[in-house]
Design a protein around this ligand. Structure first.
Ligand code: NDP
Ligand SMILES: O=C(O)C1=N[C@H](C(=O)O)C[C@H](O)C1
Length: 268
């Protein structure tokens, strides 16, 4: 039987890719999608919105129109995701969250809700980035204690949060592996007389330019050699397909707080 899925925030860059991925997925039935109240895309055909031709299902600003869904997928914005979370909890729906930029207290709100509903929170739903997280763990374990660790990320000009959710998670994975507290060792950008580099720190550098879909590199640099682990996304469809995998997996999960490592079987 197909998993019934609804997409939140259908008019967004990810929303449109998610519609296409859901329509093309053999084990998923797209039952509806939302747009923000006041959006000019209200009552729009979902397929038209995604550029794949009409599919006979319309966007709605009323979440009740999505009541037939088992799993909702949310790549929107912080405040709207937290609203959607409440609705899903009240209506016993599972929720895949791809939105990034949450503060620690906001993540705690999501974790608390996940005690009574299945939730995946994944700053990056691509298979490649989640494999990269594993490679970071292995590399940090082997050489992280004596190399300089820096994380670089590049995204399109429209992105609102920085560093990206993926870069933050990369830092978290490395800090956890090395037993460091990311809040204490993170350095976000450098300017002026910065003094010599403190070997304990994890640096973050961000650029925003044009239509870059998403690029992430972790540097583990010693004197004489360095390792660079890079992921480059060239299409948002990679995130959308990963989100479908996540929705399918979550439809069979108990209440709990999960990530893509659970979905892909990459947890130790
Ligand atoms: N986890 C992952 O793999 C990925 C995560 N992301 C993250 O996903 C999020 C969205 O990214 P992107 O698609 O590029 O951003 P967009 O700005 O293109 O899309 C966000 C969409 O959310 C809509 N929205 C806002 N509030 C509501 C609401 N209450 N109800 C319904 N829709 C709403 C906006 O509508 P409107 O336009 O009308 O304001 C907009 O269409 C970001 O946080 C980004 O970092 C992005 C790519 C991959
Ligand atoms: O906003 C984006 O576009 C992306 N956001 C995610 C993040 O913040 O890590 C994932 C991806 O790189 C694209």
């Amino acid at each position: 039987m197909k998993v019934k899925v609804a997409i939140l925030g259908c008019s967004g860059r990810m929303g449109r890719n998610l519609i296409q991925a859901a329509v093309e997925h053999k084990s998923i039935e797209l039952v509806g999608g939302s747009v923000r109240k006041g959006s000019s895309f209200e009552d729009f055909d979902l397929g038209e919105l995604a550029g794949i031709g009409a599919i006979g299902k319309q966007t709605s600003t009323d979440l009740q129109a999505l009541a037939a869904a088992d799993v909702l997928i949310d790549f929107t914005a912080i405040e709207s995701t937290l609203e959607h979370l409440k609705w899903c909890q009240q209506h016993k729906k599972a929720l895949v969250i791809g939105t990034t930029g949450f503060s620690e207290p906001q993540i705690e709100i999501i974790q608390t809700a996940a005690k009574t509903m299945p939730v995946i929170l994944a700053p990056n739903t691509s298979v490649g980035v989640n494999l990269l997280f594993k490679l970071l763990e292995v590399t940090a374990k082997a050489i992280g204690d004596y190399t300089d660790i820096e994380i670089f990320e590049a995204h399109h000009r429209f992105k609102k949060d920085a560093p990206s959710g993926t870069a933050m998670k990369m830092g978290q994975v490395i800090a956890d592996t090395l037993g460091r507290d990311l809040n204490k060792v993170a350095v976000y950008g450098r300017e002026g007389i910065t003094d010599e580099r403190d070997g304990n720190t994890i640096g973050f550098a961000t650029i925003r330019a044009g239509d870059i879909v998403g690029e992430h590199t972790a540097y583990f640099a010693d004197l004489g050699e360095r390792i660079e682990l890079t992921h480059k996304a060239s299409s948002r469809m990679t995130f959308a397909l990963g989100a479908m995998r996540a929705a399918f997996w979550l439809s069979e999960a108990e209440a709990g707080f999960y990530d893509m490592q659970d979905v892909l079987g990459l947890k130790d």
